[in-house]
Design a protein around this ligand. Structure first.
Ligand SMILES: [Mg+2]
Length: 303
């Protein structure tokens, strides 16, 4: 008996689980044109979007069976929420930047336009990236203790438009007025240091807070965390520092402690909240570590 020939496959088909956070800033926008790009490139999209109350991590674990990749539509908070499932299932991540700031997308060069971001996924170039971890919570960009996260949250787009760069100064001064320096112990690289600080940041990637930079040379695949602590004693020093905080050159200032490491613990006399990419997720004592090459992400081809 002659075997029936298998149908000829013209294009390799990949299955992608699509998870969009409807609460993301642009989560309600139509992403149909982006989906068309994916479909045209031979990616079959399993759409799990819309009004689900199920945590995104749980959703991925339940629905990703048989999928070759997961596409997450949302901002940095959505990516952080998806990270544990992606790491455990070892599934590559495609990013549709639908959040307000999309700092991780910026760090790895994924364009803000969802159609162009879909083209990046369609091209199929994967690169391993690191994740940061604090007390078991994964993050893509930055974890902060103290005021900088508050600064980002307070600086609405409206304020940005109205005040421009001056807005940062006004908001920062206001925040500083209600902030106080706090004492912390740092354990890292075999040493313990006691510091007085306004804010501590531990970065995995480069960008955060929609316009701030952890360190100008940081990348999300260099296997290191970039630590900095603002140890200013006058509010006007902070104003002077703001342009550097945007560029990621603050480490050059005398009143900024900056170093690179793979693991650091921050201890404070009373528990202080830790903010990962805009969400409070744990408190001190905070144990930070790098998770090298924890995840593969579709990234643009280098020009
Ligand atoms: Mg890094």
């Amino acid at each position: 008996m002659r075997p029936t020939p298998l149908p000829k496959k013209t294009k390799a088909t990949k299955r992608a689980l699509l998870v969009v956070n409807p609460k993301a800033r642009r989560g309600g926008e139509t992403i149909a044109p982006a989906l068309d790009v994916l479909k045209a490139s031979g990616i079959e999209v399993v759409d799990m979007t819309a009004g689900k109350d199920q945590p995104i991590d749980e959703l991925i674990r339940k629905q990703a069976t048989g999928c070759d990749l997961v596409i997450v539509g949302g901002g940095d908070g959505t990516l952080n929420a998806a990270a544990p499932a992606l790491v455990d299932l070892k599934l590559p991540l495609g990013v549709l930047p639908l959040g307000t700031a999309n700092d991780f997308a910026r760090t790895v060069g994924i364009p803000p336009d969802p159609v162009k971001a879909a083209e990046v996924i369609a091209q199929g170039l994967l690169t391993p990236i690191d994740l940061g971890e604090v007390n078991g919570h994964l993050f893509f960009n930055v974890a902060s203790i103290g005021f900088s996260a508050e600064l980002a949250a307070d600086l609405s787009d409206k304020a940005k438009k109205r005040w421009g760069k001056l807005g940062y100064g006004i908001v920062a001064a206001r925040l500083l007025a209600r902030s106080r320096l706090f004492s912390a112990h740092l354990d890292h690289d075999g040493t313990t240091e006691k510091i007085r600080t306004l804010q501590i940041s531990v970065g995995n990637g480069k960008h955060y807070g929609g316009g701030m930079t952890v360190e100008e040379t940081a990348t999300a695949d260099d296997g290191r965390l970039d630590f900095y602590s603002l140890e200013v004693d006058h509010w006007w020093r902070l104003l002077a520092l703001l342009p550097s905080l945007r560029r990621g050159t603050q480490g050059r200032w005398d009143d900024v402690r900056a170093f690179q490491t793979t693991e650091v613990t921050v201890r404070t006399s009373r528990p202080r909240p830790v903010n990962t990419d805009g969400e409070l997720c744990t408190t001190t004592p905070a144990h930070f570590r790098i998770r090298p090459k924890a995840l593969s992400v579709f990234v643009p081809k280098r020009k």
